[in-house]
Design a protein. Structure first.
Length: 274
């Protein structure tokens, strides 16, 4: 399966893929617990010290690998986001900032977690993060493309790209910029991206999609040798399924997400058995 064909299939049927992901037993169980218990966490300590609630929320904001950092996150939440000197605003981590804005105990106090808008945002984020992670197990390029689709429109300047390693990877790949440039001074990197990017384009759905397709094609090209060497009889059916995509001609026939997901699961099972 190529990155561009898989991404296009998911992007063109995103709502259905999200529904499929939300209905997975583990995802549904975690959602149920979160919705039934988050309102009872009325203080920062009650929230952070409940592993299931805290881990769910952290995962929803792409911070699943930082759930161990309870002390840091407590401090982030205690300081809030109003002051420019607050940790959330100085850590240069957009995911932490988004987390702090959502769980703004500093401004909203005990009513923070009772907000239906907050609960809906966290649940939707968790589902999308799970979808991205699941796809990343099959193809990291697809995970990056989906992440970019969800997050790039929120970026307002090139420093926002530089602050997010996933966004930066997509941009570097799409524009053929060497990852080694990340060792350059931050202002040098910003100037380079500023010459090559119009950040406002990411708020235009058509231009955003075009950029992601460019990334996916470049990602496929740079991984062509490993992709071809991994092609076996066990994954041939997946390639045939995705053969319906006609990216080169500018159109993509819809592929049933349920069918594609089943094919991916069968492929993973076959690899395990081998």
């Amino acid at each position: 399966m190529s990155t561009i064909s898989t991404y296009m299939s998911i992007a063109n049927n995103l709502a259905k893929w999200q529904t499929i992901t939300a209905e997975q037993p583990q995802v549904a169980t975690q959602k149920k617990y979160f919705q039934e218990n988050i309102g009872g966490a009325q203080t920062i300590d009650q929230f952070v010290n409940n592993p299931r609630l805290f881990n769910y929320a952290m995962t929803a904001f792409g911070l699943g690998d930082m759930t161990y950092a309870k002390g840091l996150m407590k401090e982030v939440l205690q300081q809030g986001v109003s002051s420019s000197a607050a940790l959330a605003n100085t850590l240069n981590n957009p995911d932490i900032l988004a987390f702090a804005k959502a769980f703004d105990f500093a401004d909203n106090g005990s009513s923070t977690t009772s907000s239906s808008s907050l609960q809906s945002t966290v649940v939707n984020n968790y589902v999308m993060n799970t979808l991205e992670t699941n796809q990343g197990q099959q193809d990291p390029g697809v995970q990056l493309a989906l992440y970019f689709q969800q997050n790039a429109p929120n970026v307002t300047n090139v420093y926002g790209i530089l602050a997010d390693k996933n966004l930066l990877t997509v941009v570097q790949t799409a524009l053929g910029i060497s990852p080694d440039t990340s060792a350059e001074p931050i202002d040098t990197q910003a100037a380079l991206l500023g010459d090559k990017l119009n950040i406002a384009d990411f708020q235009n759905p058509a231009k955003l999609q075009s950029f992601i397709e460019r990334f996916a094609a470049m990602y496929d090209a740079s991984n062509a040798s490993s992709t071809s060497s991994s092609y076996t009889a066990s994954n041939a059916p997946n390639a045939l399924l995705l053969g319906a995509s006609n990216v080169a001609s500018g159109g993509t026939q819809g592929i049933d997400p349920t069918l594609l997901l089943s094919a991916q699961n069968l492929n993973a099972a076959g690899s395990f058995l081998l």
